[in-house]
Design a protein around this ligand. Structure first.
Ligand SMILES: [Zn+2]
Length: 221
């Protein structure tokens, strides 16, 4: 079960007190989406992953902590123009040079925009995630465990934002990789179909049929 309580925290940027929701333990019962978004119960807690100080707008998983350089960022004009705790936290991470992590926070912003039916915000948050991950790779920051997973994630994020050419290119590059894990290969082959169908909807790993143990898989290519 997800347990939610309340805690009063002193903001590390402005020193004002505010009450925030805190999350207890949470079980994930359903399989995740292709872009790693967790299934329930964890799925519905996402909105609480980043907290925003109601006084100064500092947004972080824990506003009681303040990494060096954060106060200046939070007080900047550009920061205050960012909408919502997730995009604000992503901006802080970006300014601190944590591009891979910033990309994840942008993706979480996209998930929340999906839930509120705000397609334009979801699309721009996904574009931001891709951009941040690219900058991360240029700075030798990985955003998944291995390149196979990175190809799969970028394919799905591009497809969800309707960037089908980039999704197709990434998907094909991913399928060409050596030593591709079976689950990633199955996932990328399904992505090919979704891309062909111009499908931008959310898909769950539940949709991948299980391979019989030891069986040779049949492929279309
Ligand atoms: Zn504050």
């Amino acid at each position: 079960m997800t347990t939610i309580g309340e805690k009063t925290t002193c903001c590390a940027v402005c020193g004002e007190m505010s009450t925030r929701v805190i999350l207890g333990s949470s079980n994930t019962i359903e399989p995740p989406d292709f872009d790693t978004r967790p299934g329930e119960m964890l799925r519905s807690t996402i909105g609480h992953w980043v907290v925003e100080c109601p006084h100064c707008g500092y947004a972080a998983p824990d506003i009681g902590e303040r990494p060096e350089g954060v106060a200046e960022i939070v007080r900047s004009e550009e920061y205050l123009q960012k909408q919502g705790p997730f995009l604000r936290h992503a901006f802080i991470l970006e300014q601190l040079g944590h591009f891979a992590e910033a990309g994840w926070t942008a993706l979480h912003a996209a998930w929340l925009a999906d839930d509120s039916g705000d397609e334009a915000s979801a699309r721009s948050a996904r574009a931001l995630a891709i951009d941040l991950w690219k900058r991360g790779k240029a700075a030798r920051q990985n955003f998944m465990n291995n390149p196979h997973e990175e190809f799969a994630l970028v394919t799905d994020v591009c497809r969800r934002m309707g960037a089908f050419d980039e999704a197709l290119q990434t998907c094909r590059a991913g399928l060409q990789g050596d030593g591709i894990p079976p689950l990633i290969e199955d996932l990328l082959r399904l992505e090919l179909t979704f891309i062909q169908n111009r499908d931008t909807s959310c898909h769950s790993l539940q949709e991948i049929p299980e391979r019989p143990a030891g069986a040779q898989r049949v492929t279309l290519q």
